[in-house]
Design a protein around this ligand. Structure first.
Ligand code: SAM
Length: 330
């Protein structure tokens, strides 16, 4: 699949549920209305959809959400998709999780061919953790991360930079990740979805500031390392550790975008930060043949936009796109 700007689309992220057992303050409002079951693709439909994309050249597949590991019987989907790893059609199957269920599933994920997991942790302070996630327990998540490591999974920690919340913890997060052997990436908060009374400008901490603070303690060496994603990496001279930065607001990373996203209702979004989408559920449900589905995917890739235009300032405090990150999957 090649888009109008010549970018090869080889990476698919699929949100397998809009539900989550956390309510992170920058992600969701406390009281969310979730989708009725009939609207959400079944595990069999998700398998068919992912397999169609793999047939069209997707080499990396990430399951996300909502919280993917709270979806009932989700391991059946991992098991089914594992066949594409065995056949070599798929290079990598990964998951982005809040870690709350990792303790239960880490061994099985590893046995099914998953090699890496992304775990979202914004603070190592248990009290703050519960404040940010509203419903989460840091201990459970850290147990999950330990289980993943013991199962042989490579763990990457994703930390959303939050002004006045975790800006004082950058060094301790870096030290902890370094000690445990986890990669660490800091992410700027993106203006997605209505989050109730919270104000984006209050949350927004430019990564440039966070980096400047890090540079007081560590020597940051620029690297040209790229993993095909939006992160830019530095190496800490003192420890050799790699730290990533994802800066959708201060630096636009769209020129090398190789990915598209599908929601749990089968809406294909060609860009995280734009509203244009294509309904894949209708062709999926209309026919046992994959031909209409494949035609819909190919037509939509032909409409992939050049990039997003996220912005947060005094005049732009509302969401750039109406849907929450939990809908399209982070
Ligand atoms: N539940 C899983 C998790 O916690 O990783 C997967 C879904 S979650 C939506 C994926 C990632 O998106 C998390 O790292 C979360 O912190 C991040 N995220 C959610 N809303 C965001 C926002 N408005 N800006 C930046 N990152 C956001």
């Amino acid at each position: 699949m090649i888009d109008p700007f010549g970018r090869t689309i080889s990476y698919l992220r699929v949100s397998v549920t809009d539900r989550c057992d956390f309510r992170c303050v920058y992600c969701m409002a406390e009281h969310m209305t979730f989708l009725p079951k009939a609207e959400v693709l079944s595990l069999e439909e998700l398998d068919r959809l992912c397999s169609a994309f793999i047939g069209l050249g997707v080499r990396k597949l990430r399951l996300t959400g909502g919280e993917p590991l709270v979806r009932k019987n989700v391991m059946e989907l991992f098991r089914a998709l594992g066949r594409h790893l065995k056949s070599g059609a798929l290079e990598e199957l990964t998951v982005t999780t809040n870690g709350s269920q990792l303790g239960k599933h880490a061994d099985e994920l590893a046995s099914l061919g998953v090699k890496r997991v992304n775990v979202s942790i914004d603070t190592l302070d248990p009290k703050k953790f519960t404040e940010i996630t509203r419903w989460g327990k840091l201990d459970t998540v850290l147990d999950g991360v330990r289980a993943a490591k013991e199962a042989g999974l490579k763990v990457k920690i994703n930390t959303v930079a939050l002004k006045g919340v975790n800006d004082g913890e950058v060094d301790s997060l870096v030290e902890w990740a370094g000690r445990e052997g986890h990669d660490l990436t800091f992410i700027e908060v993106m203006p997605m979805g209505d989050i109730g009374g919270e104000n984006r400008l209050d949350q927004y901490l430019p990564i440039s500031l966070l980096r400047a603070n890090m540079a007081r303690r560590w020597t940051l060496e620029e690297t040209s390392e790229r993993t095909g994603g939006p992160a830019r990496y530095v190496r800490l001279k003192e420890t050799g550790q790699r730290v990533g930065f994802i800066t959708p607001l201060t630096h636009n990373f769209c020129e090398s975008c190789n990915r598209v996203r599908v929601t749990c209702t089968g809406m294909l979004y060609m860009c995280l930060g734009q509203e244009d989408s294509a309904d894949l559920r209708a062709p999926l449900r209309a026919s046992e043949s994959d031909a209409p589905l494949i035609a819909a995917i190919e037509e939509a890739i032909g409409r992939k936009p050049k990039g997003h235009d996220f912005m947060i300032d005094r005049r732009h405090q509302g969401p750039a796109v109406g849907r929450h990150m939990s809908v399209t999957g982070g």
